[in-house]
Design a protein around this ligand. Sequence first.
Ligand SMILES: O=C(O)CCC(=O)C(=O)O
Length: 317
Amino acid sequence: MSGLKIQQREIPNEQFGRLVEYANATDSSTDLQQHLNEHGYLLLRQALDRDSVMAARQKVLSRLHDVGEIEDPPIDGKVTWRSQRPDPGVDGGEFWKSVNQEPALREVTHGRTTHEVVGRVFGESAQAHDLMFLRPMPPGSATQLHYDYPFFAGGSQRIHTVWIPLGDIPLCNGPLVLVENSFDFDDLLDPIRAIDFTHDRSNEIVQTAAYDSQKESHPIDLAVSRSTRLLSSDFSAGDVVIFSGFLLHGSLDNNSPHERVRLSCDVRYQPAADPHDDERYFGSAPKGSKGGGYADMRGAKPIQRLSDSGQSSGQRL
Ligand SMILES: O=C(O)CCC(=O)C(=O)O
């Protein structure tokens, strides 16, 4: 056994693998794209400035410390299991929006370095979506497997997810997990590709397409039945993972022995030349796929134990 858990089951050795690292983030776009096409993702080590990432971590965790959720010193990310955070249903998501807009965080997620890295991958100028997904994942929780394409379809066809660990995230802290070769699961992807998301972007359609078939079996059973592996890695501040909307992914369980949240952020990037007028994701008050902007996001809810969250296993977006 790997000693790692996903949705409360331990992953057998044969079903777990390490993400392949791409050695040189400054290679040509052709080389980067070739690797992206072959694997469905790019793991670039130390492509971002570590000090800037740690400054973003410090700021976000300080904001959560201010509302009583994170112990002193905030940088450690240890949960208190208490919260005086404003209810997003009452403050309209303003608290969470303000955390997402902290300049130190945006410097990492939307700054020049990240735009340049992603632009090199695209081979043309990149543009970030304004809405992003900041995740202080509590111990005991995980993100369910899903494809991203349904959430972001309807404008650019070339949207990619940029996953940024905000700090050092060992495997036991429940980082991103990618399902090897899942861009080839046509039985899951053909029905998603058949939906015309330009005409129906309702939350129900999007959520159903992203999650429902994908979660019919437990991730380990899915990997066994398709003779594939769940891929992840220990991450360091400064690393970044870029993957397409057609790669099945979620996270390992956060089993931190130190009761630390797993802090990361996922941002969508697309070529700047593609349409960028989707009001769900662009503008000063993006609505998100559910319509309520930051108030609707998982991260907006107070940090709580899985047993108190009303969910049996795993979180959705
Ligand atoms: O960080 C996670 O838990 C999952 C990330 C994710 O779902 C995404 O990047 O789309």
